[in-house]
Design a protein around this ligand. Structure first.
Ligand SMILES: NC(=O)c1ccc[n+]([C@@H]2O[C@H](COP(=O)([O-])OP(=O)(O)OC[C@H]3O[C@@H](n4cnc5c(N)ncnc54)[C@H](O)[C@@H]3O)[C@@H](O)[C@H]2O)c1
Length: 256
């Protein structure tokens, strides 16, 4: 899984799972463009990577804003010469029942999770097609894209939409050698200061319903993304890999 010479854009790469993805791709040799709205976390991540001699740049970008997304990809190509890998990782959740969900909350979640992935994929695909050397687009969805969950209607709808967007885009870009896949984490705990972990009761329920018997780590997710970004995954497209310890495989499991 050698990514030497490749340029990867990781949206939401400043923290949490995105930071682990940026790190894993950098370890395999890719140059990393961190695209995020949080400047201080982006600086922290970039400095940590540069301390290990990896090449990174920060591109401030709200993925739901078309002008900012175009500036991002023009900036990446101007700075590094090309773009080979896009990871649509930037995401936003909410915790409210449909009956209480505001129109603003619905729009904000869909704008980042679904429209953001569309805008970034479109801009990246145009560059990749011009370059004529194929490419990789990897969308970070969620088990919530397949399994309904209370208090998460907008989030679940956005992630289900992202799975179908992945399949459609894979069909449209296959002839250009651009693969499009999704990775769906289960509950993945991390230390990001802007992310609130779910309650202990929620964590316990997830573990009990997960065959592997633990929550995920950001590195679990990052390894799947790294594989899909590599030349070794050239014949895989339109797929969603759930990195969830088997949670999405069934409704009920007895482990003894
Ligand atoms: N943590 C989990 O348990 C879990 C489970 C399933 C899926 N996911 C998905 O993984 C991805 C990363 O989640 P995380 O847990 O690391 O969350 P996080 O909140 O720690 O990270 C999200 C990152 O996205 C950035 N971001 C938010 N809005 C943005 C925007 N408009 N433009 C650009 N960047 C923006 C944030 O600044 C942050 O750096 C998300 O897509 C999330 O839905 C997470």
């Amino acid at each position: 899984m050698d990514l030497d010479g490749k340029v990867a854009v990781v949206t939401g790469g400043a923290s949490g799972i995105g930071r682990a993805i940026a790190t894993a791709l950098a370890i395999r040799g890719a140059t990393i463009a961190i695209a995020d709205v949080d400047q201080s976390l982006a600086m922290e991540t970039s400095q940590a990577l540069e301390a290990e001699d990896y090449v990174t740049g920060i591109f401030m970008c709200d993925v739901s804003d078309k002008a900012q997304v175009e500036r991002l990809f023009n900036g990446v190509v101007t700075t590094y010469g090309h773009v080979d890998i896009l990871v649509n990782n930037a995401g936003k959740g909410h915790n409210s029942k449909v009956i209480d969900l505001t129109e603003q909350e619905w729009d904000a979640v869909l704008a980042v999770n679904l429209k953001g992935a569309f805008l970034c994929s479109q801009a990246a695909a145009k560059k990749m097609m011009e370059q004529g050397k194929g490419g990789r687009i990897i969308n970070i969805t969620s088990t919530a894209g397949e399994n309904a969950r209370v208090n998460s209607a907008a989030y679940s709808a956005s992630k289900a939409g992202l799975i179908q967007f992945t399949r459609t885009l894979a069909m449209e870009l296959g002839a250009d050698g651009i693969t499009v896949n999704a990775v769906g984490p289960g509950l993945t705990l991390h230390e990001s200061p802007i992310w609130t972990p779910p309650s202990k009761a929620y964590q316990k329920a997830f573990i009990e319903q997960t065959p592997i018997g633990r929550t995920g780590t950001p590195q679990d997710v990052a390894q799947a993304v790294t594989f899909l970004a590599s030349d070794e995954a050239a014949y895989i497209t339109g797929q969603t890999i759930f990195v969830d310890g088997g949670y999405s495989s069934g409704k009920f499991s007895v482990r003894d």
